[in-house]
Design a protein around this ligand. Structure first.
Ligand SMILES: O=C1O[C@H](COP(=O)(O)O)[C@@H](O)[C@H](O)[C@H]1O
Length: 280
């Protein structure tokens, strides 16, 4: 059973017994938001990230113990999810070829998108043949067109798109999307998508949603697993008034203005949280 509680301003926290339980809960949540969004406005606009998150969405092959039996690409989800209404974006992307192993697009394509009926024209990936700067500009332009045509909802509170769901992983340094600690990309307020040519984590060239876009989403999920993430999870969630550095931790700056924020983690990642330590 997951240990779940709501922090007064850091959203809902779900600490799962193990990765299998986390995966099932995450897949359930995505299916639920997909259904609600389609009911409400006819489409589901989801922004993916890269990294370990994608496999945790239950897209990996079934494990020998049979736990990964509720993958989005398997029954019941492959039947009940209305894939034709999905529009898929990336909260961040590495500026490499689409067939490169570092590509977040390739990861999602190999594990999910090639196995379900999302229309290829609904898969909004970056132009991988131009510079990082141009790729960011073009990606933002493409999203602006989709807001104009009302495929992507406009935020009521900001000049930003309101994605139905943004899925973020978190690095052990507290980075989310490609927003790294102390990087100037964190300060970008006027653009929806920005670029980096000096990412501290390879590959160096990336594009990323900016904080205003992330914080305008209807739902934001942050997924963190493993002991190496425990300290960043603690700094991102717990009340630590004396530790000013934690305030500029990218994961702590994820604060949806009117949307939901949910943290999915396993026990090792949640082990340093106040709420976990005092849970008995
Ligand atoms: O480089 C990236 O890292 C983060 C976290 O990855 P993880 O493997 O530690 O979960 C990921 O969310 C981001 O999209 C990616 O570009």
């Amino acid at each position: 059973m997951a240990l779940t509680w709501t922090h007064k301003d850091r959203g809902e926290i779900r600490v799962h017994e193990n990765l299998e339980e986390l995966s099932i809960d995450l897949v359930d949540y995505i299916a639920e938001i997909s259904e609600a969004s389609i009911k409400e406005h006819g489409v589901f606009c989801i922004a993916l990230s890269g990294g370990s998150l994608i496999n945790l969405m239950g897209f990996l092959d079934r494990s020998p113990n049979g736990f990964f039996n509720r993958k989005l690409v398997e029954p019941p989800y492959n039947k009940i999810v209305d894939w034709a209404k999905w529009y898929v974006f990336w909260a961040d992307e590495r500026v490499v070829g689409k067939n490169h192993d570092d590509s977040n697009y390739k990861l999602a394509k190999d594990t999910l998108l090639s196995k379900v009926n999302v229309f290829p024209r609904h898969i909004c990936s970056i132009n991988d043949t131009v510079s990082a700067e141009d790729a960011a500009t073009e990606y933002e332009f493409a999203i602006r067109q989709m807001v104009k045509t009302r495929t992507v909802t406009a935020s009521e509170n900001s000049d930003c798109p309101k994605f139905d769901l943004i899925l973020l992983g978190m690095g052990s340094d507290g980075h989310v999307a490609s927003l790294f600690p102390n990087h100037p990309a964190l300060e970008v307020k006027d653009d929806w998508v920005t670029f980096l040519t000096d990412s501290p984590k390879p590959p160096p060239e990336r594009i990323t949603f900016t904080l205003p876009v992330i914080n305008s989403a209807a739902s934001v999920v942050v997924v963190a697993t493993g002991e190496t993430k425990a300290n960043a999870v603690h700094l991102a969630i717990d009340d630590l008034p004396s530790l000013e550095s934690s305030l500029s931790l990218p994961a702590r700056m994820v604060q949806p203005s009117s949307g939901n924020l949910i943290w999915f983690m396993d026990k090792p990642a949640g082990s340093k949280l106040e709420g976990f330590k005092f849970s008995g």
